[in-house]
Design a protein around this ligand. Structure first.
Ligand code: AMP
Length: 192
Protein backbone atom coordinates (compact mmCIF):
# COMPACT_ATOMS: atom_id res chain seq x y z
CA UNK A 1 0.00 0.00 0.00
CA UNK A 2 1.15 3.55 -0.75
CA UNK A 3 -0.02 6.96 0.44
CA UNK A 4 0.49 10.20 -1.44
CA UNK A 5 1.39 13.09 0.86
CA UNK A 6 0.96 16.75 -0.12
CA UNK A 7 2.75 19.30 2.09
CA UNK A 8 4.70 22.52 2.09
CA UNK A 9 7.88 23.18 0.20
CA UNK A 10 8.46 25.58 3.12
CA UNK A 11 8.99 24.48 6.71
CA UNK A 12 6.59 26.83 8.53
CA UNK A 13 7.64 28.99 11.47
CA UNK A 14 7.14 26.40 14.23
CA UNK A 15 9.53 23.47 14.67
CA UNK A 16 6.49 21.30 15.46
CA UNK A 17 5.48 21.32 11.76
CA UNK A 18 8.79 19.76 10.77
CA UNK A 19 8.68 17.29 13.65
CA UNK A 20 5.18 16.18 12.63
CA UNK A 21 6.19 15.78 8.96
CA UNK A 22 9.24 13.69 9.89
CA UNK A 23 7.11 11.69 12.34
CA UNK A 24 4.43 10.98 9.74
CA UNK A 25 7.05 9.68 7.31
CA UNK A 26 8.50 7.48 10.05
CA UNK A 27 5.02 6.17 10.91
CA UNK A 28 4.35 5.18 7.29
CA UNK A 29 7.65 3.28 7.22
CA UNK A 30 6.81 1.55 10.51
CA UNK A 31 3.50 0.35 9.07
CA UNK A 32 5.12 -0.82 5.84
CA UNK A 33 3.20 1.82 3.85
CA UNK A 34 5.06 3.41 0.91
CA UNK A 35 5.29 7.20 0.57
CA UNK A 36 4.59 8.96 -2.72
CA UNK A 37 5.39 12.69 -2.70
CA UNK A 38 6.79 15.55 -4.77
CA UNK A 39 10.42 14.38 -4.70
CA UNK A 40 12.03 17.48 -3.21
CA UNK A 41 14.44 17.87 -0.30
CA UNK A 42 13.23 21.26 0.93
CA UNK A 43 10.72 22.27 3.60
CA UNK A 44 8.22 19.79 5.02
CA UNK A 45 8.46 17.79 1.77
CA UNK A 46 12.07 16.92 2.49
CA UNK A 47 11.30 16.07 6.12
CA UNK A 48 8.49 13.59 5.41
CA UNK A 49 10.87 11.77 3.04
CA UNK A 50 13.70 11.88 5.62
CA UNK A 51 11.38 10.35 8.23
CA UNK A 52 10.24 7.53 5.93
CA UNK A 53 13.81 6.76 4.81
CA UNK A 54 15.09 6.85 8.42
CA UNK A 55 12.52 4.14 9.16
CA UNK A 56 13.65 2.10 6.13
CA UNK A 57 10.46 2.79 4.16
CA UNK A 58 9.79 3.01 0.44
CA UNK A 59 9.82 6.61 -0.84
CA UNK A 60 8.81 7.46 -4.40
CA UNK A 61 9.38 11.02 -5.58
CA UNK A 62 7.64 12.51 -8.63
CA UNK A 63 8.94 15.85 -9.88
CA UNK A 64 8.52 17.87 -13.08
CA UNK A 65 11.77 18.54 -14.94
CA UNK A 66 11.34 22.30 -14.61
CA UNK A 67 11.12 22.16 -10.80
CA UNK A 68 14.15 19.94 -10.17
CA UNK A 69 16.49 22.83 -9.39
CA UNK A 70 13.99 24.78 -7.30
CA UNK A 71 12.75 21.85 -5.19
CA UNK A 72 16.15 20.09 -5.12
CA UNK A 73 15.65 16.34 -5.70
CA UNK A 74 16.01 14.30 -2.56
CA UNK A 75 19.21 12.24 -2.76
CA UNK A 76 17.94 9.18 -0.87
CA UNK A 77 14.78 7.98 -2.63
CA UNK A 78 13.72 4.48 -3.57
CA UNK A 79 12.57 5.83 -6.95
CA UNK A 80 12.56 9.26 -8.59
CA UNK A 81 10.21 9.85 -11.52
CA UNK A 82 10.89 12.97 -13.57
CA UNK A 83 7.86 14.13 -15.54
CA UNK A 84 7.54 16.57 -18.43
CA UNK A 85 4.76 18.62 -16.86
CA UNK A 86 3.03 19.36 -13.56
CA UNK A 87 -0.11 17.64 -14.87
CA UNK A 88 1.85 14.45 -15.53
CA UNK A 89 3.34 14.67 -12.05
CA UNK A 90 -0.07 14.86 -10.37
CA UNK A 91 -1.57 12.10 -12.54
CA UNK A 92 1.33 9.73 -11.79
CA UNK A 93 1.22 10.48 -8.06
CA UNK A 94 -2.52 9.77 -8.00
CA UNK A 95 -2.17 6.58 -10.03
CA UNK A 96 0.54 5.11 -7.79
CA UNK A 97 -1.26 5.83 -4.51
CA UNK A 98 -4.08 4.22 -2.52
CA UNK A 99 -5.00 7.41 -0.67
CA UNK A 100 -4.07 11.06 -0.15
CA UNK A 101 -3.06 13.03 2.93
CA UNK A 102 -2.35 16.75 3.17
CA UNK A 103 -0.16 18.17 5.92
CA UNK A 104 0.30 21.93 6.37
CA UNK A 105 1.51 23.77 3.30
CA UNK A 106 0.86 26.67 0.96
CA UNK A 107 -1.14 27.10 -2.21
CA UNK A 108 0.68 24.27 -4.03
CA UNK A 109 -0.45 21.90 -1.29
CA UNK A 110 -4.02 23.27 -1.41
CA UNK A 111 -4.17 22.91 -5.19
CA UNK A 112 -3.09 19.26 -5.03
CA UNK A 113 -5.47 18.48 -2.15
CA UNK A 114 -8.47 20.17 -3.78
CA UNK A 115 -7.84 18.38 -7.04
CA UNK A 116 -7.96 14.87 -5.54
CA UNK A 117 -10.92 15.85 -3.33
CA UNK A 118 -12.90 17.15 -6.31
CA UNK A 119 -12.01 14.00 -8.25
CA UNK A 120 -13.57 11.94 -5.46
CA UNK A 121 -16.66 14.18 -5.47
CA UNK A 122 -17.00 13.49 -9.20
CA UNK A 123 -16.47 9.75 -8.74
CA UNK A 124 -13.21 9.67 -10.74
CA UNK A 125 -11.66 7.66 -7.92
CA UNK A 126 -12.71 6.14 -4.60
CA UNK A 127 -9.44 6.60 -2.73
CA UNK A 128 -9.65 8.20 0.74
CA UNK A 129 -8.56 11.83 1.19
CA UNK A 130 -7.57 13.27 4.56
CA UNK A 131 -6.06 16.26 6.32
CA UNK A 132 -3.56 15.79 9.10
CA UNK A 133 -4.49 18.87 11.12
CA UNK A 134 -1.20 19.66 12.83
CA UNK A 135 -1.36 22.55 15.34
CA UNK A 136 -4.95 23.25 14.22
CA UNK A 137 -3.45 24.56 10.96
CA UNK A 138 -6.56 23.64 8.94
CA UNK A 139 -9.20 24.83 11.46
CA UNK A 140 -9.88 28.03 9.52
CA UNK A 141 -10.25 26.07 6.27
CA UNK A 142 -12.74 23.71 7.93
CA UNK A 143 -14.80 26.68 9.10
CA UNK A 144 -14.82 28.06 5.58
CA UNK A 145 -15.80 24.68 4.08
CA UNK A 146 -18.71 24.49 6.57
CA UNK A 147 -19.73 27.95 5.32
CA UNK A 148 -19.67 26.62 1.74
CA UNK A 149 -22.02 23.79 2.83
CA UNK A 150 -24.30 26.19 4.74
CA UNK A 151 -24.55 28.44 1.67
CA UNK A 152 -25.61 25.52 -0.52
CA UNK A 153 -22.52 25.09 -2.70
CA UNK A 154 -21.28 21.77 -1.33
CA UNK A 155 -23.18 18.72 -0.17
CA UNK A 156 -22.40 17.48 3.36
CA UNK A 157 -21.62 14.02 1.91
CA UNK A 158 -19.01 15.56 -0.40
CA UNK A 159 -17.53 17.65 2.45
CA UNK A 160 -17.22 14.45 4.47
CA UNK A 161 -15.18 12.80 1.68
CA UNK A 162 -12.30 14.79 3.16
CA UNK A 163 -11.53 13.35 6.58
CA UNK A 164 -9.83 15.54 9.17
CA UNK A 165 -7.75 14.11 12.01
CA UNK A 166 -5.28 15.44 14.55
CA UNK A 167 -3.65 12.09 15.34
CA UNK A 168 -1.68 10.32 12.58
CA UNK A 169 -2.44 6.82 13.93
CA UNK A 170 -6.17 7.55 14.03
CA UNK A 171 -5.95 9.08 10.54
CA UNK A 172 -4.41 5.93 9.02
CA UNK A 173 -6.89 3.64 10.77
CA UNK A 174 -9.86 5.73 9.64
CA UNK A 175 -8.65 6.03 6.04
CA UNK A 176 -8.06 2.30 5.58
CA UNK A 177 -10.40 0.35 7.88
CA UNK A 178 -9.80 -2.86 5.92
CA UNK A 179 -6.01 -2.76 5.73
CA UNK A 180 -4.23 -4.43 8.66
CA UNK A 181 -1.05 -2.35 8.17
CA UNK A 182 -3.00 0.87 8.63
CA UNK A 183 -4.66 -0.15 11.88
CA UNK A 184 -3.69 0.95 15.34
CA UNK A 185 -1.33 -1.68 16.75
CA UNK A 186 -3.86 -3.08 19.22
CA UNK A 187 -6.83 -3.46 16.85
CA UNK A 188 -7.50 -7.01 15.73
CA UNK A 189 -4.74 -8.56 17.78
CA UNK A 190 -5.94 -11.81 19.30
CA UNK A 191 -3.31 -11.73 22.04
CA UNK A 192 -4.58 -8.50 23.64
P1 AMP B 1 3.56 24.77 -1.47
O1 AMP B 1 2.48 24.17 -0.60
O2 AMP B 1 3.09 25.99 -2.20
O3 AMP B 1 4.84 24.97 -0.72
O4 AMP B 1 3.85 23.70 -2.61
C1 AMP B 1 3.98 22.34 -2.29
C2 AMP B 1 4.15 21.52 -3.54
O5 AMP B 1 3.07 21.79 -4.42
C3 AMP B 1 5.43 21.79 -4.33
O6 AMP B 1 5.97 20.53 -4.70
C4 AMP B 1 4.96 22.47 -5.57
O7 AMP B 1 5.73 22.11 -6.69
C5 AMP B 1 3.58 21.96 -5.74
N1 AMP B 1 2.79 22.93 -6.51
C6 AMP B 1 2.93 24.25 -6.51
N2 AMP B 1 2.05 24.83 -7.37
C7 AMP B 1 1.35 23.84 -7.92
C8 AMP B 1 0.32 23.76 -8.90
N3 AMP B 1 -0.20 24.84 -9.48
N4 AMP B 1 -0.14 22.57 -9.20
C9 AMP B 1 0.34 21.49 -8.60
N5 AMP B 1 1.30 21.48 -7.70
C10 AMP B 1 1.83 22.64 -7.36
Amino acid sequence: MRICVFLGSSGGIKPSYGEAAFGFGALLAKRGIGLVYGGGSIGLMGLVADGARAGGGEVIGVIPEALRAREQDHSDLTELHVTRTMHERKALMAEMSDGFVALPGGIGTFEELFEVWTWSQLGYHAKPCALLNINGFYDAMRTFIDHVVAEGFLRPAHRDMLQVHEDPDVLLSAMFPNHPEAQLPWIGRADL
